[in-house]
Design a protein around this ligand. Sequence first.
Ligand SMILES: C[S@@+](CC[C@H](N)C(=O)[O-])C[C@H]1O[C@@H](n2cnc3c(N)ncnc32)[C@H](O)[C@@H]1O
Length: 272
Amino acid sequence: MDIFNSINSINDIDWASFWQKQVQHTYKTQNSGFWDDWARKIKPKAKHSRYVEMLLPLIHIDPEDTVMDVGTGTGALTIPLAKIALKVYGVDLSTEALKVVMAQAEEENLNNITPIQGDWIKLEPKDLPRCDVAIASRSIPGGSDIKRSIWLMNEVALKSCHITWRVRGNDPLDRQISEIMNIDIDYSPEHAILYNVIEGMGIHPDVRTFTLKREKEFSSLEDAFFQIVRSRDIDTPTSKKVMELLDEKLEKRDGYLYQKKDTTWVLFSWNK
Ligand SMILES: C[S@@+](CC[C@H](N)C(=O)[O-])C[C@H]1O[C@@H](n2cnc3c(N)ncnc32)[C@H](O)[C@@H]1O
C-alpha cells in the first residue's frame, strides 16, 4: 500500500484514531467491573515491584511535591510515591483498587494519600486539584479519547508529566496463544503511536526505556491464564487449549508456575 500518495506530512495522520484502533484489544473489556475483579486477584502482589524500583529514579519528585497518580491500580506506585512526596492524589475507576491502596496506606501509617474514584476521561479540571507532578503508569486511560486523557494530565500538572507504556514484545508463548485463539495480533509498536499522539499535541516529550528481566510468578494455572490472557475474549474449548499450553510451557517450582519474560517499558516525560 502506498500510503505516501495520500499523506503529505506526518501531521496528516490521525494518530489518536490510530491509537484507538491499535489498542482496542487492551481497552475493550476493561470497564470498572473488570478492574474491580483484577484488583481482588492482584492484591497479594501489590507490595513489591521491580518495575517501580526502575521507574522511580527516572522521575524527579521533591519531598514537597504533590503528585497526581492516574490509574493507581492496587498502589504498586502510589504507596512508594506517598513515601517520597508531600501528598498523592490517586485516581482510579475501580473502587476495589482504591480500597486496596487505602488499606495498604493504613498498614504503613501513610496519611498523605487522597483517593479519587472516577473515570479520568470524564473528569474536569475543576474537579481536580493542581499537582506538581502527574503520572499515568501502565494506565493511561483513553482507548476512546487519548488526547483528552493527556490534555487533562497536562492541565493539572504544574511541573512535569510522565506516562509509561509497554513496548510490545515478541514473546513465543504469546504468539502460540494467539495462534490457538486464531487471532492475528499486530506486534507493531503501540508506544510509537503514543509518541506521535503526544507530539501532535505540541508536546515534545523525553523518551526513555527500561527493561525488566524477570520471571513472572503465578499461584496457579488459573492465575496464569487470568494474567496472561486477561484482555482477550475467549470461549471454553479455546481456553481449555490455552490452559493445556500453559501447563506444558510454564516452569513449575514449589507449587508456583513461572514464565521467563523480559518486558521493556517506555517512559514519556515532559516539563511544564
Ligand atoms: C494496570 S493498572 C496500573 C496500576 C499502576 N498505575 C501501576 O503502575 O502499578 C491500570 C489501572 O488503571 C485504572 N483505569 C483504567 N481506566 C481508567 C480510567 N478511565 N479512569 C481512571 N482509572 C482507570 C484501572 O482501574 C486500573 O486500576
